[in-house]
Design a protein around this ligand. Structure first.
Ligand code: ATP
Ligand code: MG
Length: 210
């Protein structure tokens, strides 16, 4: 395949963090495109334990979010899941997750994959310079969140840090977990927004009804 990116020198792994309440095709498309464009051997989906940036009180139990994620990635041999954040006590911080993964994947390049909304949030975190010493960031386009603010947000960062942030275009999917939860509650369809097995799991376990 003439369009296939060149084989990278170091082995590469992607981390896809999220609440995944529920996981949907927007997550899967972004992860697969990032994996392909950057020649990663695999992408690990890591459902958040207690996400520091989420204030919603009624986040689904970790076991449900982990199981939905497991079902969603099962058809892709390059995708896997980790319960690392869910097992950790207290809030989950990306830098701790990346450092833990670096121990397991010593010598690999680590890419943290996000949507364009999440990358802008991340750049406002404290010690973002430290984080960008540990891994690359990939910001995937997401409808409704343009990346124009990115340049402005990067202006205070060092050149080395800026070089660790990559942007990619993914086929636009205006899908969000919030919208899916609303749809379930209102009895509107969610079919084709997420994998069928995840849809079944939601109805079987009566998630998002209230
Ligand atoms: P919620 O509406 O509950 O915030 P969400 O759909 O944003 O859910 P998250 O679990 O918050 O899903 O997102 C995990 C990661 O996936 C974030 O980096 C987010 O930017 C990215 N992402 C989510 N949906 C899309 C999408 N449709 N296209 C590209 N990236 C996405
Ligand atoms: Mg979100």
């Amino acid at each position: 395949d003439i369009n296939k990116p060149a084989q990278p020198e170091k082995r590469r792994i992607g981390l896809m963090g999220g609440t995944f309440d529920p996981v949907h095709h927007g997550h899967l498309v972004a992860a697969e495109e990032a994996r392909y464009q950057f020649g990663m051997e695999k992408v690990i989906f890591i459902p958040a334990g207690k996400p520091p940036h989420k204030t919603r009180q009624d986040i689904s139990p970790p076991e449900h979010r982990l199981e939905m994620t497991r079902l969603a990635v099962s058809s892709n041999p390059h995708f896997t899941i980790s319960d690392l954040e869910m097992k950790r006590e207290g809030l989950s911080y990306t830098i701790d997750t990346v450092r833990a993964m670096k121990k397991v994947y010593a010598g690999w390049e680590i890419f943290f994959i996000t949507g364009s909304d999440a990358v802008l949030e991340i750049l406002t975190w404290k010690n973002v310079e430290g984080l960008l010493q540990e891994c690359f960031f990939i910001a995937a386009t997401r409808p409704g969140f343009n990346l124009e603010a990115l340049g402005h947000k990067l202006s205070h960062l060092s050149r080395e840090a800026v070089a660790k942030i990559k942007t990619i275009e993914v086929p636009a999917l205006a899908i969000s977990s919030t919208d899916i939860r609303h749809r379930v509650r209102e009895g509107r369809p969610i079919k084709y927004l997420l994998p069928e097995a995840v849809e079944k799991f939601i109805y079987q376990n009566k998630l998002y009804q209230i």
